[in-house]
Design a binder for this molecule. Sequence first.
Ligand code: S3P
Length: 423
Amino acid sequence: MNLTVNKVRALKGEITIPSDKSISHRCAMLASLTGGIVEIQNFSMGADCISTLNIIKKLGCDAEFIEEKHLKINAENAFKKDRYNLDCGNSGTSMRLFSGLVASREMETTLFGDESLSKRPMKRVILPLELMGAKIKHNNFKAPLIIQGRELFPIDYKSPIASAQVKSCILLAGLNTYGETRVTEPYVSRDHTERMLKYLGANISTERCTTKIKKSNLQPKNLSVCGDISSAAFFLAAGAIVPNSDIILKNVGLNPTRTGIIDVLKQMGADIEILDERVECNEESGDIRIKTSDLKGITIEGEIIPRLIDELPVIAVLASQADGTTIVKDAQDLRNKESDRIKCLVTELIKLGSDIEETPDGFIINGKKTLKGNSVTQCYHDHRLAMSLYVAGLICEKPISIEEFQWVDISFPEFLPLMQSLI
Ligand code: S3P
């Protein structure tokens, strides 16, 4: 579906941000390990989380929606077969986390995915799992992965990258391994796995950048998922740059390992306010109000990068409307996402009229430039690029067209109707 986006005069109103993708994946995965019945409120309907849901069904769980987004999982008959063939679709989180989850169980599992996922690097999870004793066949460190599950050994792993997928893979392997498994990362990445494992009774603790886990059984407790700050980010950026805007985003996850976007907006001078903070199932959430803002360019680097890694494409759009230069560094892993997010983003924003330059580990943007638009853009099968381009389209002088916009369904099928409700 090719979508045309027109300039708008203002964004006004209040919306509820749909379910967090990272947390939904983990709810379904961990529920499958409880051996009992778990109800999950507000499960994500994005295609990636549906891939994870279909996987736990293949693994033997019963799963049904008893109301909209309210899922009931029965894991009493899970993991009873010797072989599984699991389709991860487009989802890197499914492939990397399930690798760890299945590697320590006596069964053979093939994990495969779509064209894009089959090109993404899996060495980052294969290496630590092999150190634990796992037997994995792969296609030059890419999917499909054939994992011959067996009893593993604990390791003390120093991860070269701050990646929640790598960390979670090792923790899920460690959850079913005797002894103490440890993972240390250079900076703290999102910690949803750790928090949920703890909530469900696992023997797990974290100090600074190191997490330790011992073999544990999980209790079947009901779970609830807050809204996705990575989805909210598109509305935060749009609210800040579209003239005359004032919007409220309800039920946004505010886990500090994810709130880099809020820190960046504040540093850029945005008019942003957190309205009502609460905690549910070990995760903070709240409502956020944002208004049209005068922004200034900043440098984004180091420890904040894993706290906003998925928001960098839309931060580039924000920066195009900020006075001065914005520099993004230390984000080379952006090249390994659903697309090479540095190259693809820079190519498309230049088409719209932005002054942006690619660097090996990020980009440099000189603002504040009027975006002329009047162009046909591509999203490279990447949901976050599609939505970032949409936000840019809202302020372009002339309409833009985004090819294959349906890729938004990977994480945020509700994006268009929610955006249109504010126009
Ligand atoms: C995710 C971790 C991040 C993020 C991805 C979701 C997760 O990936 O980019 O969208 O749910 O653990 P990395 O661990 O590769 O940084």
